[in-house]
Design a protein around this ligand. Structure first.
Ligand SMILES: Nc1ncnc2c1ncn2[C@@H]1O[C@H](COP(=O)(O)OP(=O)(O)O)[C@@H](O)[C@H]1O
Ligand SMILES: [Mg+2]
Length: 242
């Protein structure tokens, strides 16, 4: 049943969300979830489960049915700008975020787009770059960064927008052990609410007290990580355990 009562204290509210792609694929089928401010939730599920689609819908980047609010702002065409300034998605391909001549420009792009003046945008960009552990690399081009640094740079380009909700799509993919540890360290210090899509169950265990399992476009479990990540039968049934 669809619950239309707005939860004003939620940072994210998704109600009865469905997405059907143009070719008829039902990527999401009646997904509902709520995130509290600062809450971190691991989003796990096999390839094709709908994890990326869920994040794209929250960003209003795919057509959907149902209702999504970010920080009590409904995600819709006319409120897109307001909703977007409250949440940021880190794409699976870090390069998608990095297109300016320098890292500083990349990190200032979001705040400028939000309407900040150049000084404020630069101040935020410098702070975000430092928070992402890239101090000293401000004038570097993204093309000259390592894989781990690119991931951190993508994060900086979103942190500078001072959003309330981070949508992280497989942020640990292609990182070596050191890069992965640094990323976990950085994320662990973030105050934003977080939806973390990953196949890295230990990363979820470290960062997220709550986990949602998505399979074939539906939520099949939503509960404490300590419980769900220890349930080998449940994980195996959804292609998540060896
Ligand atoms: N642009 C698209 N057009 C058509 N189908 C798509 C598109 N993007 C994803 N899909 C399909 O939607 C389903 C969910 O995909 P996705 O959200 O990428 O899952 P996940 O991120 O969990 O791997 C899959 O069946 C996938 O093939
Ligand atoms: Mg995906």
């Amino acid at each position: 049943m669809v619950n239309h009562v707005a939860d004003l204290s939620a940072v994210l509210q998704v109600e009865d969300l469905s997405v059907r792609y143009a070719d008829g694929v039902d990527a999401l089928r009646g997904v509902s979830l709520t995130l509290r401010p600062a809450e971190r939730v691991g989003l796990i599920g096999p390839n094709g489960a709908g994890k990326t689609t869920l994040m794209l819908a929250i960003m209003n980047a795919v057509r959907f049915n149902g209702r999504i609010t970010v920080d009590a702002i409904e995600v819709a065409r006319k409120t897109e700008h307001e909703a977007r300034s409250r949440c940021g998605m880190i794409f699976q391909e870090a390069e998608d975020h990095l297109f300016m001549p320098t890292l500083l420009d990349d990190a200032a792009f979001g705040p400028l787009n939000q309407g900040c003046g150049p000084d404020e945008a630069q101040r935020r960009a410098l702070a975000a770059i430092a928070q992402a552990g890239l101090e000293g690399l401000e004038q570097r081009s993204a093309h000259h960064l390592s894989g781990g640094q690119k991931r951190a740079a993508a994060l900086a380009s979103v942190l500078s927008m001072q959003v309330k909700l981070l949508l992280l799509d497989e942020p640990g993919a292609n990182l070596d052990a050191r890069g992965r540890c640094r990323l976990i360290e950085i994320l662990d210090h973030r105050p934003e609410a977080m939806l973390l899509a990953t196949h890295d169950l230990p990363m979820v265990g470290r960062l997220c007290p709550r986990v949602i399992i998505l399979d074939e476009g539906r939520i099949v479990a939503d509960g404490p990580s300590a419980e769900l990540l220890a349930d080998i039968t449940l994980l195996s049934a959804h292609g998540l355990a060896g």
